[in-house]
Design a protein around this ligand. Structure first.
Ligand code: NAD
Length: 508
């Protein structure tokens, strides 16, 4: 224990302001654990409201020069940042794996998906050009400018320590904004390292800043008059709070929330393909993904029986262990002791409410990692829409099979759920696929694709209570979110300026 305390004392993470790491003066701290061992490995300062306000001021001071920098020069910084990320990819992925627990290859995958947004942002000068019309009236021309907003803030969850921040800041910076990032207090190291790499890439001081902390810091970002826009990703209750508070304080807000993603398996689907896809989509990253499939919906009893028969042996062979290991594990531990207890609590609740627990991961112990926060892959059958395990987001390695009679029942089931982040359909029937894509009330839809996360040049976002606000992340919506349009109408011909016009101006 003393050794742990010494270690924490040596590794207290602070903030990144004006291009350098700064210790926080706050005496409130959060402990960072290695979820695979249960050991405390570092601490992070939970900054005060005053410190948060200082960070916003730093970003506000950097805005005039950065917003006036040529878009090409801004993009060049991101080009260099891209190269630095590539060079440091494995080290960054290792940091993710140690603090989050996901496997190293999965963390590398996360880095790659984040990097793709940086690559997209390198081309943003093309998307920020605006539009022009000549001669809208005699001697009158009109054009639009996509101008940056000012200071933008990002508040992010624990489950993607690099990728989710990278959905936000590369786009915001390329558009000419300055940025304040509030990482998750459970996994702050990767973001701090990325801040150093941005500086190394040539980003001017103050353009990108990090403030570590909790609600106290977030509340400053939501109310400070120099913050123009808030991007949030996290759980739905917090997303709703962020959206309502940010909007009430005049900010532009996009707040992405929780999910319950269904995968429909039609009787004509290739069952091996569907079972393999489900396994990765449900249990990858121990189910701690907002696009994880947590409900399988087989259409018809025969399909359900076949699916369970295919899933069982695959799930029994799942390799669970530390994220960094000689053995290639399929999934690692959950993020914290509390979250492990919550997930086990959901499994208990499912049993109590009458679902059939086909595979029980509650008692799993990983040799040599007995204090780690592991739960084995778990499978429920005969789950009904009234059950808690169906209604609520578990965010763990628990897949519920919810049997339905027809394709129409499957669509109705999904459309009745409060969340609408992602969904998938496995079928060989083109008509069913087309109908599904058209009528499903979900933001991201996969046809024979289990985790349909859009590429960086498209936009990411759910429907219903999975997203508050009209604009999705990155891609074209990201550019719209981080810019504000200005229309200029100018006349350069000779005209009689002595005459006032009191009617609506029309074309002459
Ligand atoms: P969380 O909502 O607990 O925390 C997210 C962020 O909000 C953190 O930075 C945290 O410090 C801050 N926060 C927490 N409580 C707050 C409060 N009361 N007031 C102000 N700020 C607060 O989420 P989490 O546990 O870190 O992440 C898991 C959740 O994120 C899941 O629900 C998952 O579905 C969701 N998620 C959604 C997406 C998506 O794209 N829709 C992507 C990733 C994760």
């Amino acid at each position: 224990m003393t050794q742990q305390m010494d270690l924490i004392a040596m590794n207290v993470l602070g903030n990144f302001i004006n291009g350098r790491s700064v210790n926080s003066t706050s005496d409130r701290k959060g402990t960072i654990f290695n979820p695979a061992t249960g050991e405390a490995i570092k601490a992070v300062s939970l900054s005060s409201a005053e410190e948060a306000a200082e960070v916003v001021e730093a970003a506000a001071n950097a805005f005039p020069a950065w917003s006036q920098t040529s878009p090409l020069k801004r993009a060049r910084v991101l080009f260099r940042f891209k190269e630095l990320i590539e060079r440091n990819m494995e080290a960054l992925a290792t940091l993710i794996s140690i603090e989050h627990g996901k496997t190293l290859p999965d963390a590398m995958g996360e880095m790659t998906r984040g990097l793709e947004v940086v690559e997209f942002a390198c081309g943003i000068p093309h998307l920020q050009k605006g539009e022009q019309s000549m001669n809208v009236g005699t001697g009158v021309d009109s054009w639009s400018m996509m101008t940056p907003l000012g200071v933008c803030a990002g508040i992010v969850p624990f489950n993607f320590p690099a990728m989710v921040p990278m959905w936000m800041f590369p786009v915001a910076l390329a558009c000419g904004n300055t940025f304040v990032l509030k990482p998750s207090e459970k996994v702050p190291s990767t973001a701090l390292r990325m801040a150093e790499l941005l500086k190394e890439a040539g980003l001017p001081d103050g353009v990108f800043n990090i403030v570590n902390g909790d609600k106290e810091v977030v509340d400053v970002l939501l109310t400070h008059d120099k913050v123009e826009a808030i991007s949030f990703v996290g759980s739905t209750p917090v997303a709703e709070y962020i959206y309502n508070t940010g909007c009430a304080n005049g900010k532009r807000v996009q707040a992405l929330g929780g999910a319950k993603n269904h995968m429909v398996i039609m009787p004509d689907a290739d069952m091996d393909e569907a079972a393999d896809a489900l396994l990765g989509a449900a249990y990858g990253a121990a189910g701690e993904r907002c696009m994880a499939i947590s409900v399988a919906v087989p259409v018809g009893e025969e399909t359900a029986e076949k699916l369970i028969a295919k899933l069982k042996p695959r799930l029994e062979a799942l390799k669970v262990g530390p994220g960094i290991s000689e053995q290639a594990n399929d999934m690692g531990p959950l993020i914290s002791k509390e979250h492990r207890e919550k997930v086990v609590g959901y499994i208990n609740k499912g049993v109590e409410e009458g679902a059939r627990l086909v595979i029980d991961g509650r008692a799993l112990e990983v040799e040599g990692h007995e204090q780690g926060y592991f739960v084995g892959g778990s499978l429920f059958d005969h789950v009904t829409p009234e059950m808690t395990v169906y209604k609520e987001e578990i965010f763990g390695p628990v897949l519920s099979v919810c049997r339905v009679g027809t394709f129409k029942d499957a669509v109705e089931l999904i459309n009745s759920h409060e969340y609408g982040n992602g969904t998938a359909l496995f079928t060989r029937d083109g008509k069913a696929a087309r109908e599904f894509a058209q009528h499903i009330q979900v933001g991201m839809v996969g046809i024979n694709v289990p985790v349909p996360v859009p590429m960086a040049f498209h936009s990411f976002g759910g429907w219903k209570r999975s997203l508050f606000g009209p604009l999705h992340m990155h891609g074209p919506d990201g550019v719209r979110f981080y810019t504000r349009m200005k229309m200029v109408t100018s006349r350069w011909n000779e005209h009689d300026s002595s005459q006032s016009v009191f009617t609506m101006p029309t074309m002459k």
